[in-house]
Design a protein around this ligand. Structure first.
Ligand code: MG
Length: 386
């Protein structure tokens, strides 16, 4: 019996099977007392890119305050939500967790503003031949950029974890990437664990952005509690606990919303697995449509909440002010790095080197570097509430 077969809970036949992993890019002896996916998870937690998530943000830039989510706490919340569902569906919790913890490793500083600016800069420099996409960069981090092992670049993760990290990919790029991206050419699905990580990402950010949006004062409480997903929980709590403070009320409401969505996701996925006659992990792969999904009613309410967050939070004038400065900083840093000499043994193109360097920066490192190279050029809005 191999090390990977010895450890870990029993999973359903439709789950990814650690002992039948399609392997690593560089062959290594099997881990002792851990499954292959558990080793992937452990390698991700020990990586430099994972530690940097503490100082990267998505909506609120790092200097805004200590109370807002960072990409590290976001990734932990994604993993926690996904593991709850994975356990109920008897999926492989370790693979689920590995994908969740790695899914944002390639994110730029300053959240979506950073990604947008870096993508633009790359496209302009390469006449549209090359761009920046954070989940491709996450794969690049685990395959190449981490440098911690004597025998190989990257973390040398299993195929299943790498495939789960690669959420989207164009057909032309899929040809370049080879086996890990084959499903985009064949029209197949990834493991249930990868599908679950994807949905859990959405559940996590919808709820923590709602929470951070209220705490920052950018979202209006009276508008939030009218949202179709939110309102029934508010009514229930106002009946059972009429004296509850607004802070505790919203914490309970968000807890109730996440539980409700976890239940809906679990039940709907179980029904789909049954109705489509899914028996094993090979059947999962043959499906053109995702099996891990909300019911149509819940899916619609989640879409409504996302629309509300987009209008009221992500496009809030205060967030847009921050976005403008963040984009300027990334553009400046890209131009500066393009003019810096390359190391003689660096095989990358100058634009890819610049993109890797920028994507590897934390919010505060990028802001500090910019302030040093371009003093006085970035005029950040003062932190919220000050
Ligand atoms: Mg995410």
């Amino acid at each position: 019996m191999s090390g990977s077969e010895r450890s870990g809970p029993v999973v359903a036949r439709f789950a990814a099977q650690a002992h039948r992993s399609r392997g690593r890019l560089h062959s290594e002896p099997e881990p002792i007392g851990r499954s292959a996916f558990q080793r992937d998870r452990d390698r991700i937690v020990h990586s430099t890119a994972f530690r940097k998530l503490l100082y990267k943000t998505q909506v609120f830039v790092n200097h805004e305050g200590d109370l807002f989510r960072t990409r590290l706490t976001h990734s932990l919340e994604v993993a926690q939500i996904a593991r709850s569902v994975a356990r109920r569906l008897r999926l492989d919790e370790e693979l689920t967790e590995a994908i969740c913890l790695a899914h944002d490793l390639g994110h730029t500083p300053f959240g979506h503003a950073g990604q947008h600016a870096l993508n633009q800069a790359l496209r302009e420099t390469t006449a549209g031949q090359s761009g920046f996409e954070h989940n491709l960069q996450s794969l690049r981090v685990v395959d190449r950029l981490e440098q911690r092992y004597a025998n190989f670049d990257g973390l040398n993760l299993t195929f299943e974890t790498r495939e789960g990290i690669l959420k989207h990919c164009s057909a032309s790029l899929a040809c370049e990437l080879g086996e890990v991206a084959q499903r985009f050419i064949k029209g197949e699905s990834p493991s249930l664990e990868a599908q679950l990580a994807n949905v859990a990402d959405e559940v996590a950010y919808n709820h923590h952005d709602l929470d951070d949006g209220l705490r920052s004062g950018l979202l209006v409480f009276e508008e939030v509690i009218e949202q179709p997903l939110v309102a029934p929980h508010v009514r229930r709590l106002q009946q059972t606990h009429p004296q509850l403070s607004r802070h505790r009320l919203m914490a309970e409401v968000i807890r109730g919303m996440i539980n409700e969505q976890v239940d809906d996701l679990t039940l709907t996925t179980e029904q789909r697995l049954t109705s489509r006659g899914i028996e094993d992990d090979r059947d999962v792969r043959q499906q053109a449509e995702a099996l891990v999904a909300f019911s149509s009613e819940m899916g619609q309410q989640v879409l409504d909440l996302k629309r509300f967050l987009r209008q009221r939070l992500y496009r809030h004038p205060r967030v847009l002010d921050m976005t403008d400065v963040a984009e300027r900083v990334i553009q400046d840093l890209f131009g500066w790095l393009m003019s810096e000499p390359m190391d003689a043994d660096d095989q990358r193109s100058p634009h890819r080197r610049a993109a890797d360097e920028i994507a590897g920066m934390t919010d505060r490192y990028a802001a500090l570097t910019h302030a040093t190279v371009f003093p006085g050029r970035a005029c950040w809005p003062s932190p919220i509430g000050q």
